[in-house]
Design a protein. Sequence first.
Length: 129
Amino acid sequence: MLWYVAIGSAVGGVIRYLLGGAIQRALAASFPVGTLVINVTGSALLGFIFRYALETPAVTPEIRALLGVGFCGGYTTFSTFSYETLTLLEDGDWRRAGLYVGVSLVGSVLAAFLGFMAARELIALRTRL
């Protein structure tokens, strides 16, 4: 089981690094939008994976560990989020720090909910076929 988590974490971390950096460079933003996108999409993905995996026999515990704990754990960046929030606060940018925290929190919870709903719809579709 540890190998599944390790492999998933490695892949998720590399994708986080590449995608987050690409987004940040493409937008040339001083706001940590790359981390924000990673957190929200990671929450949606984790919501989908766990809802789908726990409600169907299609996903083994090993694959659930690889994708959920491993990949999503390596992909999402809440430790980076915390650091970037503190950096904004240290710079005295309270408004942007508050915006970042608010959008990250609401966006990530909403994304996880949408992931749950997407998995529920896929399960319903599979049972109709």
